[in-house]
Design a binder for this molecule. Structure first.
Ligand SMILES: Cc1cc2nc3c(=O)[nH]c(=O)nc-3n(C[C@H](O)[C@H](O)[C@H](O)COP(=O)(O)O)c2cc1C
Length: 317
């Protein structure tokens, strides 16, 4: 069986625009110039993008596998078999429509160079663009520290939690809990922090901090389950940490900034009482503040890592 290494296979079925046809067999320059890439995309990310010689060879391999009679072209039934083998969810009608669409010269057969390859190349490129869009969200997320007061809809929070709870978790322990903190409780938490600072004689700091905290539109406290077995508890904590990242990435992907705070105050009994956490059973991991970034996400600092991949990657045989 041929394994299709192009991810995002749904993009195989009927591309929205007619395939861009290279002027000759393997000349994919037209494809390259017509595919829109953001000007900010770095050289590194572009490496490996677009249809490569390997992709073309792979296309050839798939094509030849289904060209059972070695005629150099695919019949409608061979194309249908190919779609099924690639687990592409296409009805017979879809397969017929795709065949008509690909068979540009209406010869009753789909040739490799002129008809199959341009379509395959476009699907492969679309799949790569999808991959790059996901990676860009991961590469660009940064902590937002200054929030706009605009309220954030509950849908944003629920989608973030839907992503959070898909985080990997050992033996399906689902150790996390999310507590959406409303303005009344946020005010009480701000007061708690203000009181702490005032006890230390920092009156000016207390006022400023309370004002700033009360201006943050979204508060979501994340907890993780406690366990008598320290190994299970450690694994559960790792799962909840992954969930936090999924949460923040989901928000960033829709233009909402966030900041994880795990300050001392989040570990106090007073804080737990305010947000309804039973400290015998669960522990506050932190609070995710979220909202639109003052000045927009584009104004959030970029980069932010001193170490590169080669600094943190080592290998053992
Ligand atoms: C476990 C943990 C605790 C954090 N606690 C705080 C915090 O209390 N206050 C804060 O401003 N940022 C906090 N952060 C955010 C980090 O400061 C931030 O992730 C780091 O500066 C890297 O910046 P970036 O997220 O923009 O890449 C925390 C992050 C993690 C992972």
């Amino acid at each position: 069986a041929v394994t299709c290494t192009v991810s995002g296979v749904s993009s195989f079925v009927l591309p929205s625009a007619p395939p861009i046809r290279p002027t000759s067999g393997n000349d994919l320059r037209t494809l390259r110039t017509q595919t829109q890439i953001s000007a900010e995309t770095s050289e590194d990310q572009l490496n490996g993008l677009f249809t490569t010689t390997d992709d073309i060879e792979h296309a050839r391999e798939i094509f030849d596998t289904f060209d059972r009679d070695q005629s150099g072209s695919l019949t409608a039934s061979e194309l249908g078999k190919m779609l099924r083998m690639l687990s592409i969810d296409a009805s017979d009608e879809d397969a017929r429509a795709l065949f008509k669409y690909l068979d540009v010269d209406d010869s009753g057969a789909v040739s490799f160079d002129e008809e199959f390859l341009p379509w395959y190349a476009e699907a492969a490129d679309n799949a790569k663009l999808d991959t790059m869009a996901v990676q860009n969200v991961l590469l660009e997320r940064r902590t937002v520290t200054q929030f706009d007061a605009t309220p954030i809809s509950e849908g944003v929070l629920k989608r973030a939690i839907a992503c959070a709870i898909r985080a990997p978790n050992y033996s399906e322990s689902e150790p996390w809990r999310f507590i959406s903190v409303g303005p009344e409780t946020a005010r009480q938490i701000a007061q708690l922090r203000g009181d702490q600072l005032m006890e230390n004689g920092n009156y000016e700091g207390a006022g400023a901090k309370m004002k700033r905290w009360m201006g943050i539109p979204g508060w979501c406290v994340v907890t993780t389950k406690l366990n008598d077995d320290p190994i299970v508890e450690r694994e559960d904590f790792a799962s909840t940490a992954s969930a936090v990242q999924n949460f923040m990435i989901s928000m960033w992907s829709e233009g909402v900034g966030s900041r994880l705070t795990c300050g001392d105050i989040t570990q106090t009994k007073e804080y737990a009482d305010l947000v309804g956490v039973n400290r015998a059973k669960e522990r506050v991991v932190g609070c995710i503040w979220y909202g639109f970034a003052k000045g927009g996400l584009a104004s959030v600092k970029k980069g932010g890592r001193e170490k590169g991949v080669d600094d943190v990657l080592s290998s053992v045989p």
